[in-house]
Design a protein around this ligand. Structure first.
Ligand SMILES: *Cc1c(COP(=O)(O)O)cnc(C)c1O
Length: 409
């Protein structure tokens, strides 16, 4: 087959069918605009699932990609490199953490965090302290350990025996958490805002209760900030605005703005339980990924940028409320910063995908978060004009789905 001759149809002929991509094929992007192979333009409200926080083809990131790409891509972990050390230093300046482990994805960052928690409990308290507590509807990645810890059984069923010592509790249920966290608990892993599970923010009191129960029972509190991290909620990490500090934080998605990288951040005392050879990775921490992430961190940690996220959040929510005055199809608009979920009313339950498909037709790239929730995770620096144009196109998509075309605004 000729290289030039690939279309969306080719996907079904050559790819393992775990995804069901849209009918159009994106080809290039600048900022919050994307063009498909037919030249049609889209406003990007998805950011590759909260990944391209600085939009597409950001000039400063391109420069780092080119410069570091010409210098050194990869050297292996038998040697260290300057970009990885600078990135670790910067992340530690910005957070509670004083040690970092780099991987290539969110799942791998969580895998490291969960293995660290098991190892800490094993070495400090013995083999019986092995229970990991997580929450229903949570999402922590697709490796077999992380998917088993995740709270969506459909993702871990049908692959043989699930790793033991994992318990799922209802999210935001303080009493259930207090009752379950005990001497056997080695870690509690929680998303400050459940992303895949429907964009559900944690109650600050719930996180505080988790912190107290973990302290009481010598369990580690792991914040999975793979989706909420790197400016997404209007704070560099979401924990900063919760009054709760975790023992371990995992971060990925926006950290590389699309260049694969993940990290586990923790304290010096806990990190000491991962001795030489106890855990590892081939690519993790390579100079190309970490040089790019260092630039992302520099740009996103700017207080002005974070302020801009909060301002855009208000504007986005206000427009969504206005759209809903016209259609009455959203039962809830929630989330933090530029991670916003819109829950559909009963009449449209299960139809998020129809809205996403219609949005594509009208030139907007959208996300869902489960069958009933539309999710907005645009670039943190999306120009207001693009945002408004995208929302106008989204409104057209809604008209199509609900079957109104000629209603006066
Ligand atoms: C996306 C996501 C992951 C998994 O990250 P990958 O890079 O796909 O492995 C883990 N946790 C949360 C909260 C996520 O949103």
């Amino acid at each position: 087959m000729n290289d030039q001759n690939v279309t969306r149809q080719t996907f079904d002929e050559v790819m393992v069918p775990v995804f069901a991509p849209a009918s159009f094929v994106p080809d290039r992007g600048v900022g919050s605009r994307v063009w498909d192979t037919q030249g049609k333009d889209y406003i990007d409200f998805a950011g590759g699932i909260a990944v391209t926080a600085l939009g597409h083809a950001h000039p400063e990131l391109l420069k780092v990609l080119h410069d570091q790409g010409a210098k050194l891509w990869h050297i292996g972990n038998g040697y260290t490199n300057e970009p990885v050390l600078r990135l670790a230093k910067r992340l530690e300046e910005l957070t509670f953490a004083d040690r970092a482990f780099f991987a290539n994805s969110g799942a791998e960052a969580n895998e490291a965090a969960l293995k660290l928690a098991r190892r800490v409990a094993f070495e400090r308290f013995g083999a019986e302290k092995d229970e990991i507590i997580s929450f229903t509807q949570s999402f922590h990645g697709r490796t077999f350990f992380t998917v088993s810890v995740g709270g969506q059984p459909k993702y871990s069923e049908g692959f043989g025996p699930v790793p033991a010592g994992i318990r799922h509790l209802p999210y935001n249920d303080i009493d259930a958490a207090r009752a379950a966290i005990g001497p056997k608990t080695c870690a509690v892993i929680v998303e400050p805002v459940q992303g895949e599970g429907g964009v559900i923010p944690a109650d600050p009191a719930f996180l505080k209760a988790l912190r107290e129960a973990c302290d009481q029972h010598n369990a580690l509190l792991i914040f999975d900030e793979v989706q909420t991290g790197v400016g997404r909620t209007g704070f560099f990490y979401a924990y900063e605005d919760t009054g709760v500090t975790p023992d371990v934080l995992t971060t990925a998605k926006a950290l590389g703005n699309g260049f694969p990288i993940g990290a586990m951040l923790t304290t010096k005392e806990l990190a000491a339980h991962f001795k030489v050879g106890v855990h590892g990775t081939t690519y993790g921490g390579n100079p190309l990924a970490t040089a790019i992430a260092l630039k992302v961190v520099e740009l996103v940690s700017d207080p002005k940028l974070l302020e801009g996220v909060r301002a855009r959040s208000e504007a986005l929510k206000a427009t969504l409320a206005k759209i809903n005055e016209r259609f009455g199809i959203f039962s809830d608009v929630r989330g933090k910063g530029l991670l916003i979920g819109v829950e559909l009313t009963d009449a449209y339950k299960g139809r998020a995908k129809d809205f996403v498909t219609a949005a594509g037709k009208h030139g907007v790239i959208m996300l869902m978060a489960g069958p009933d929730v539309l999710r907005f995770a645009p670039s943190l620096i999306i120009p207001l004009d693009d945002m408004n144009e995208g929302l106008a196109r989204f409104e057209k998509a809604i008209e199509e789905v609900v079957g109104v075309t000629a209603l006066a605004k």
